[in-house]
Design a protein around this ligand. Structure first.
Ligand SMILES: [Cu+2]
Length: 146
């Protein structure tokens, strides 16, 4: 009869090796490390607020938030600096085919940096993915990638 402690040892060793391989393959590809060592070609400031997004190439005044039409280049690194002026919101970017491309949270008191390289030109839509109030579903914006 096989020793149950030996069986357990081999089971745990194989489990550890499988988890170590999985972690070493997937962690470097997580969004937190994507483009971490590159300097963004463009920085876009984003302020979310019930029920609108303000996007600007300049810092946004929280007392009088305004945005502007945004045009971004293809295949260049863009950094969105996303915050909220009231409650938690989502900042989700969808391509022209309405597929989710990338997303982060917009939270009061925090600036989340979302880095992305847009490979396809076109109009991208921004939707809020966090239920934030009665008019949550109309909270949207867009920008153009050329
Ligand atoms: Cu919302």
């Amino acid at each position: 009869m096989a020793n149950p402690l030996k069986k357990r040892f081999w089971f745990l060793l194989i489990l550890f090796v499988v988890l170590a391989i999985f972690a070493s393959v997937t962690i470097p590809k997580s969004p937190y490390y994507l483009f971490a060592d590159e300097t963004p070609a463009k920085t876009i400031h984003v302020a979310a607020m019930q029920f609108a997004f303000f996007l600007s190439e300049h810092a946004i005044d929280p007392k009088n938030p305004t945005g502007e039409a945004i045009e971004l280049p293809t295949n260049e690194l863009v950094e969105f600096r996303v915050t909220s002026l009231d409650v938690n919101h989502g900042f989700a970017i969808y391509n022209a085919a309405n597929r989710l491309v990338t997303q982060t949270q917009a939270m009061p008191g925090y600036v989340n940096r979302l880095r992305y390289k847009f490979k396809e030109p076109g109009t991208y839509n921004i939707f809020c993915l966090e239920y934030c109030g009665m008019a949550h579903q109309i909270m949207r914006s867009s920008f153009v990638v050329k």
